[in-house]
Design a protein around this ligand. Structure first.
Ligand code: AMP
Length: 436
């Protein structure tokens, strides 16, 4: 079948063939996040463009080049609908902060540990691992006076815990600190000084960055820029004693948690709002788009967006990148169908239909092969294509003896269970014991 339409460039369908991997990722993540006492937050998929510009920085790559704006003007005199000035969210930190302020979270709880799972949108040039609609699992922790090295270490180690639990092994955690806004300004000045001799050799875009926000030169993907950046060594001398102490405590806490990391003094992250701890996690098998996730502390963003003095830190992991890094490897804790009912005659189809509905009432996941076939090979080959634990076979013999055959597809074992008088309790007990 040839379709007239394709999904837009940089987007993908998540079909029923892939959904169990997505389901598992979301379920495992939610389990871990709940265990760390994080609560889910869901914000709109679009917000005022100004919110992103103010939080991420007017000169950030995302705001400059990648915003997907809702351009359609829909004026309606009655309810005044207009879509101008709105953008699809390129990330979720700004939206969560907006919601935190708007809903007065700080009056309701001393610390808000929030997580989200959902799609983000960026008008990037699509390539492997880089989409225009992609999904992130993210956390944001906000609260007055919550800038504590232990919390930074918890958030970083949570991101590592999530990736490991999803089955990833080969990745590297890089950390750095930007210090306070004053330290960051020192860093910018020192970097500008150090880069001055190479200024003309920088790419055109980095020459603009040199003027507007020199730290972004360190983020450049241009090979020549990266060579120049390698020559620059600033150390941590831009940090105040206090900031150095904070950073040392974060590192010590990470070591106590046995979290492996490397320090990367050129890791600055492309957004204006970061201060103090920043981190990034890269997968070794991913090629040029190798970031699995990233995050950092942003103690001034809430104030910048009109709220109070609220410390905050967060991260976001890219789900598509996680799936790419996993390759063919199964996401752990797969959740196959518990039972697939296979009738081999019309009478058995009636019986199977009743059985399926009874099992579903008992919350046992199951499905039925709605077309019966007398050929065992055919029916089993269909069952094999499905990820199913147990096949419930209703053949001629079974109908005669009023029983079913339970075929355990994982352990390759089978047993006969009586259903005399439509009593399905034995099947229910067995399936519940195995799969609930
Ligand atoms: P960022 O907010 O850019 O640090 O993104 C956090 C994570 O989201 C990255 O480390 C990636 O895993 C993922 N990500 C960001 N942009 C894209 C994109 N265009 N396509 C797919 N994944 C992305």
């Amino acid at each position: 079948m040839q379709s007239k339409f394709s999904c837009p460039r940089g987007t993908t369908d998540i079909t029923p063939f892939d959904i169990s991997r997505w389901d598992n990722i979301e379920r495992i993540s939610k389990q871990i996040l709940t265990c760390y006492n994080y609560k889910e937050i869901r914000t709109p998929l679009f917000e005022e463009t100004e919110l992103f510009a103010r939080s991420m920085g007017q000169s950030s790559d995302v705001v400059c080049k990648q915003m997907l704006n809702l351009a359609a003007q829909q004026k309606d005199d009655q309810d005044g609908v207009t879509l101008s000035g709105l953008s699809l969210r390129p990330e979720n930190t700004a939206s969560v902060v907006r919601s935190y302020i708007q809903n007065g979270f700080d009056r309701k709880e001393p610390i808000s540990k929030l997580f989200y799972i959902g799609p983000m949108f960026r008008g990037e040039r699509p390539q492997k691992g880089r989409l225009r609609q992609f999904n992130q699992i993210g956390v944001e922790v906000l609260g007055p006076n919550t800038a504590q090295p232990y919390l930074d270490a918890e958030i970083i180690s949570l991101s590592v815990h999530l990736l490991k639990s999803l089955g990833l092994e080969k990745f590297q955690l890089k950390i750095n600190t930007l210090g306070t806004p004053e330290d960051k300004e020192n860093f910018s000045q020192m970097l500008r000084q150090a880069l001055k001799p190479y200024r003309k050799e920088l790419s055109e875009y980095s020459q603009q960055r040199f003027e507007r926000n020199v730290l972004r030169v360190l983020d450049s993907k241009d090979a020549a820029d990266q060579e120049i950046v390698k020559k620059v060594h600033i150390g941590l001398s831009y940090l105040s004693t206090e900031s150095q102490h904070y950073y040392a405590q974060v590192k010590e806490a990470l070591m106590n948690l046995d979290v492996d990391f490397v320090e990367d003094q050129h890791l600055v992250r492309g957004l204006d709002y970061y201060t103090h701890t920043v981190f990034e996690i890269c997968g070794s098998s991913l090629g040029s788009q190798d970031a699995l996730g990233a995050g950092g502390r942003y103690n001034n963003l809430v104030r910048q967006l009109g709220g109070g003095d609220i410390d905050a830190m967060g991260f976001a992991l890219g789900v598509e990148r996680i799936l790419l890094a996993l390759g063919d490897k199964e996401v752990p804790l797969s959740n196959p169908l518990a039972a697939y009912i296979v009738p081999m005659s019309e009478e058995a189809l009636n019986q199977g239909f009743v059985l399926m509905n009874v099992l579903r009432q008992e919350n046992i996941s199951c499905d039925l092969s709605y077309k019966y076939s007398a050929k065992l090979k055919n029916v089993l080959s269909n069952a094999n294509k499905m990820d199913v634990h147990t096949v419930i076979l209703l053949g001629e013999e079974e109908m005669k003896k009023q029983c079913v055959t339970l075929k355990d597809m994982k352990q390759k074992k089978e047993e006969t269970i009586s259903i005399k008088g439509n009593d399905f309790s034995k099947i229910i007990n067995i399936l519940k014991e195995r799969y609930n």
